[in-house]
Design a protein around this ligand. Sequence first.
Ligand code: TRP
Ligand code: SF4
Length: 325
Amino acid sequence: METIVSGARPTGRLHLGHLHGALKNWIRLQENYRCYFFVADWHALTTDYATPQGIGQSTIEMVMDWLSVGLDPARSVLFRQSRVKEHAELHLIYSMITPVPWLERNPTYKEQIKELTGKDLSTYGFLGYPVLQAADITIYKANKVPVGVDQAPHVELTREIVRRFNQLYRSIFPEPEVLLTETQKLPGLDGRKMSKSYGNAVFLSDPPAEIDRKLSRMMTDPARVKRTDPGEPEKCPAFQLHKIYCTPEEIEFVSTGCRTAGIGCLECKKVMIKHVIEDLAPFREKRAQLEKRPEVVEEVLQAGHQAAQKKASETMSEVRETLGL
Ligand code: TRP
Ligand code: SF4
């Protein structure tokens, strides 16, 4: 069985964008691969080093959502990055062989430095972000890494580091491949990409009334100002959700109704809202159980830690031996 590794920074409660991005994909992959999925809490520190207090709570919230949505600790190894110290040791070794210009020309690095202007990111750790990621991936000898397109340069860098290691010393690491996650760029309530920081997200753990309230106010085709104005579903952010959640008959019904001004936007959205709420029902049930027994999350992470640590320490023994340390 091939091995898959992926991680996510602890962002707290997850939303529909996460569900239709990484999560559904991960849930599918655990059927056919040996999967390691971890909370990248050290990576969170690279940008949030000044405010680390929230990371612990965000980790628990995120893992609770992981379990509620169907990541299965009986199939996948779920753990916290910061508990498996071997990641840090391999990161250190890789830092010796990674030329600084490889890191400086990384497009994600350049973009984030420009975007996150409120933070001083001229740190050693932030530049080395992809080196740590290379350690995360290769310490489990991953064959494939499911990530969004923004992370592809990091996996490419991992491959370069692996090639250099294998050439300099001995070939012990497979070159991991990117498994590009087809993200249906899920629009948020205001039509921009769904993101917690934009305040436009529908959280998986929102109660039904809250989901209804949020989606009832979701942005529609801006050309449909009055009820009598015809609209175009393809220009409507809410309709992106119809495409995911509604039956072909319903999609046909609302599209025609929209283009002929035969239905109003609220009526149209109610057709979709009903499905979103229903679809999340099993999730809510599982999450309610976990909220009553939060110690289960800790237990899962502890068991995952042991499995991860076992594999990671085997790899590190091999690395030390290879280097004659
Ligand atoms: N950098 C990734 C992100 O921001 C998280 C991450 C850390 C990761 N280590 C990883 C993803 C290893 C895949 C494999 O989403
Ligand atoms: Fe969007 Fe439906 Fe309104 Fe058309 S009728 S603009 S598809 S919400």
